[in-house]
Write a protein that binds this ligand. Structure first.
Ligand code: FRU
Length: 512
């Protein structure tokens, strides 16, 4: 369900948030909620999410003074979209997290009075600067965001901090970009993403033109405060027919980001429910991007991705993993959404992306159990069960052999009716694995490797270290299922299977 559908289903944007709410931060909530959330088996054990309530996009991940800071779109009022603040968490390693108070809250009367939307953090000398989109409600005729429910004016705002913990932020009272380029008929104007290049700052902003397609607007600045519009650095065709929400038709590209990788450049943006990537060449003379290869960053439930560079120079990508259950259910559950695991991006020789979970995630592994070669595959799959839906699994299938496999769950009451995930492969169909009916590219490597991270109600699957598919799964009750693989294929097709329990990153599912 996208945001417009959620809102249509009865949610409205909370008007006039304010200081009291901001101070409340991540605490508050009805009595008993914390205990209920800490015991909710669907709440992950090794993914980052707020103590309670709604989160969406990762915002401004940054390595600052030896710590990793993550911000994210957060609603302090409940487990539904609205009243956007920037939640905040800190980590020594991008695996273990500690919550900090809300970093940015809407300022009544300010350019972000109705919400602090997504943005980026950059290090500027002795301080961290955040560029983000502020929104205020305005009549539709003068709005830059019209999605069938809202009319917002979007402007690009600046906040800075020199606090070692990044808890204290100073906002610039006026936007640094007050309007889209003159004369443009825009479908939206948000999610700024600056970077340093030579002596200057460049910045992309997500946008597009009705019935023409999405666009990434490029700006330039000397000081992060005064910006000059250059041109669209990239653009693409939408469906050409328009619609209530331009994001759904590809006429609006959200959360664009352009970054160097492996000697080339990669552009990512979010539209039509997915994060798209393009790799190619950024001509630094014309500042135009020429795409050569295309794909999706994740073929499942994963949106609004955002990258950062870690202390070792790796390009890390984070994504928002949304709920796929009905609004009423997650609202009642008291939490909604989580952050993906940190994934390292690399550029392969053919211009496609390499994707792997960050190596430090492995430190959460308990004892490895492994398939005994030559033993009965079905019996081995049964033996290699992951208890309480908290674990990691790597299944390797022999090259050139077709298979069908399912990830199945068993609750104390019995086997779950539906498989958690289905996978199948037929070499005659080309280089792709079909996951839940979706074709996920499977190139590189010898055979098929399915790497699965299973955590309460989410599975992050990475195929052949190059393509991802994220899935949410749900069940009733207070116990998580035991999860295992079931394989339908001739003997020898399942070449290897390794499983690990995964240690929780907190004692209480990050509810404190
Ligand atoms: C993407 C998005 C962004 C926006 C934010 C608002 O999910 O729509 O474009 O800044 O969410 O929460």
């Amino acid at each position: 369900m996208n945001r417009r559908e959620l809102l249509k289903a009865g949610m409205v944007l909370a008007a006039g948030p304010g200081v009291a709410k901001a101070l409340r931060g991540l605490d508050g909530g009805p009595p008993g909620l914390e205990t209920r959330l800490a015991g909710d088996p669907r709440r992950p054990q090794f993914h980052l999410l707020p103590k309670r309530n709604w989160m969406n996009d990762p915002n401004g991940p940054v390595y600052w003074r030896g710590k990793y800071h993550m911000f994210f779109q957060y609603n302090p009022d409940g487990a539904y979209w609205g009243d956007m603040h920037w939640g905040h968490a800190v980590s020594p390693d991008m695996v273990y997290w500690k919550h900090l108070p809300v970093a940015l809250a809407p300022t009544p009367g300010g350019p972000d009075a109705q919400g602090c939307f997504s943005g980026t953090a950059v290090i500027d000398g002795d301080e961290v600067a955040v560029l983000y989109t502020g929104v205020v409600s305005v009549p539709e005729a003068v709005a830059t965001l019209r999605d069938g429910v809202h009319s917002f004016r979007e402007t690009q705002c600046l906040a800075t901090s020199d606090d070692p913990e990044l808890k204290v932020w100073r906002k610039r009272a006026q936007p640094v970009i007050a309007a889209p380029p003159k004369g443009m008929r825009e479908t939206g104007f948000r999610d700024p993403s600056p970077w340093r290049q030579g002596d200057e700052w460049y910045m992309t902003v997500g946008s597009g033109v009705p019935r023409e397609g999405g666009a990434v607007l490029l700006y330039r600045s000397k000081d992060l405060k005064h910006w000059e519009y250059l041109h669209p650095v990239a653009s693409g065709a939408g469906e050409g027919k328009g619609g209530a929400n331009p994001v759904d038709t590809g006429d609006m590209w959200e959360c664009p980001e352009l970054f160097p990788l492996g000697g080339k450049h990669v552009l990512i943006y979010s539209a039509r429910g997915h994060v798209h990537w393009q790799s190619g060449v950024l001509d630094e003379r014309t500042m135009l991007f020429h795409a050569e290869r295309y794909g999706e960053l994740d073929y499942g439930t994963y949106y609004a991705a955002k990258t950062q560079v870690d202390a070792k120079g790796n390009r890390i990508v984070w994504g928002w993993i949304n709920e796929t259950r009905p609004l009423a259910e997650y609202k009642a559950a008291g939490w909604a959404g989580m952050m993906s695991l940190p994934r390292v991006l690399t550029l392969r020789a053919d211009g496609s992306l390499g994707i792997a979970a960050l190596g430090t995630v492995r430190e959460l592994r308990g004892d490895e159990r492994r398939l005994i070669p030559g033993a009965d595959a079905e019996a081995e799959c049964r033996r290699l069960t992951i208890e309480a839906a908290t674990g990691e699994m790597v299944a390797s299938f022999a090259s050139g052999k077709a298979f069908a496999a399912e990830l199945v769950g068993r609750l104390p009451s019995g086997e779950m009716a539906e498989p958690i995930m289905t996978l199948s492969y037929d070499p005659a169909d080309g280089n792709a694995v079909t996951v839940d009916g979706v074709r996920v590219p499977a190139t590189g490597g010898d055979g098929i490797e399915a790497h699965l991270y299973i955590d309460g109600s989410v599975v992050e699957l990475i195929v052949n270290r190059s393509a991802a598919y994220t899935k949410r799964f749900y069940y009733a009750g207070n116990e998580a299922p035991a999860v295992r693989l079931r394989v339908k294929a001739p003997a020898g097709t399942l070449r290897d299977l390794r499983v690990w329990p995964v240690k929780p990153i907190s004692a209480d599912r990050l509810t404190t």
